[in-house]
Design a binder for this molecule. Structure first.
Ligand code: PHE
Length: 353
């Protein structure tokens, strides 16, 4: 083989070797074989030393051309590999802008929360304050202060969950109704207006509702161990059962958005009211027409309870009521199983958005 043919063959060998290199690291190894310190081009250069000056010139020029050809092939392959790497990366990170976007569904309020908001708005418009109280209550606020002493039979109607932290004679419990808020709120109110009372002046009326969670040992289609109540209390110097009737009738008609509705006050018993009444409503038209539906307990606040509020029952009088927002929600939306409200099934809940 002529010397030129040897050089041509060397360039071809380099090109093949570079083409075989599948990665930049492989390519650098291949480069070393030809252009490295012990590479084949370098070996050829070293061979020049033995030649004459004339031969060195021509042979050296030929080797240089060979070297340049190999370097050109190397850089071409480098670029190709870099491009391939970039293409692979772009492909892997491809974004299909035609895919439909991820939907963000808007949440909504729980149907019972919607009812509580309505109750607060309606009573708010009638001048009632809205108060919140603790769900873990003391025996005093839940029973004793409400004229329900320890051996009172009404306590068994309110079987509840007792919790740690109380004492033997004054256990802590999950409140069985929102009525303890009558005492809590009134005591604060009286404290605030103590100076007026001490001067024998008129105390501003107590007018409050107290919505919230309550607990009893009860569980079926119409009872849940956790349920909601909303207490109402109106105390002044001259607040009568007539006022209760007006306020509650107004409330029901506004809540259910109909005047086609009548109320019935059915004699009942609660230790903390005297006289006491269950409030029933009856729609005159629509799917529920003709049936009496119980919606609240109520009554004139018992003198012992007024006394426990820090007021003189000879001077202050009023009424209280306790209604069931869960029940009101069922009636308003035509839901027949209370448990649906607490199962957390999104198919049910999303209907109220
Ligand atoms: N607390 C009573 C109950 O849970 C309801 C009620 C409230 C009755 C206020 C009279 C006055 O059954």
């Amino acid at each position: 083989m002529s010397q030129d043919a040897v050089l041509d063959e060397l360039v071809s060998a380099a090109k093949r070797s570079f083409a075989d290199a599948a990665s930049p690291a492989d390519l650098e190894n291949a480069k070393a074989q030809f252009l490295g310190k012990a590479g084949r081009v370098t070996e050829l250069m070293k061979g020049l030393a033995a030649l004459s000056v004339e031969e060195k010139k021509s042979r050296g020029a030929a080797i240089n051309l060979t070297k340049q050809a190999i370097e050109a092939a190397l850089s071409e392959r480098r670029q190709a590999l870099a491009q391939a790497e970039l293409d692979a990366q772009l492909k892997a990170e491809a974004l299909d802008v035609t895919l439909p976007g991820r939907q963000r569904t808007a949440g909504g309020l729980h149907p019972v929360s919607l009812t509580l908001e309505r109750i607060e708005a309606i009573f708010g418009s009638m001048g009632f304050d809205v108060a919140q109280g603790p769900e873990i209550e003391t025996d005093w606020f839940n029973f004793t202060a409400l004229n329900t002493p320890e051996d009172h039979p009404a306590r068994s109607m309110h079987d509840t969950f007792y919790v740690e932290g109380g004492t033997e004679t004054a256990p802590n419990l999950l409140r069985t109704h929102t009525s303890p808020m009558q005492i809590r709120y009134a005591v604060q109110h009286v404290k605030k207006h103590r100076p007026l009372l001490d001067r024998g002046e008129l105390m501003p009326e107590i007018r409050v509702i107290a919505p919230g969670r309550t607990y009893r040992v009860d569980s079926d289609a119409t009872h849940s161990p956790m349920f909601h109540q909303c207490e109402g209390l109106w105390i002044g110097e001259n607040v009568s059962f007539k006022d209760l009737k007006v306020v509650f009738t107004d409330f029901c008609r506004t809540f259910f958005e109909t005047r086609d509705l009548v109320l019935r006050f059915r004699p009942s018993f609660f230790p903390f009211t005297e006289p006491s009444a269950e409030i029933d409503i009856q729609f005159q038209s629509g799917p529920l027409a003709g049936r009496w539906l119980e919606v609240a307990g109520s009554g004139q606040v018992h003198p012992n309870v007024v006394r426990n509020m820090g007021l003189d029952p000879e001077k202050y009088i009023g009424f209280a009521f306790g209604m069931g927002p869960d029940r009101l929600t069922m009636l308003r939306y035509g839901v027949n199983d209370l448990r649906l409200f607490f199962d957390g099934d999104i198919r049910f809940l999303s209907q109220f958005k």
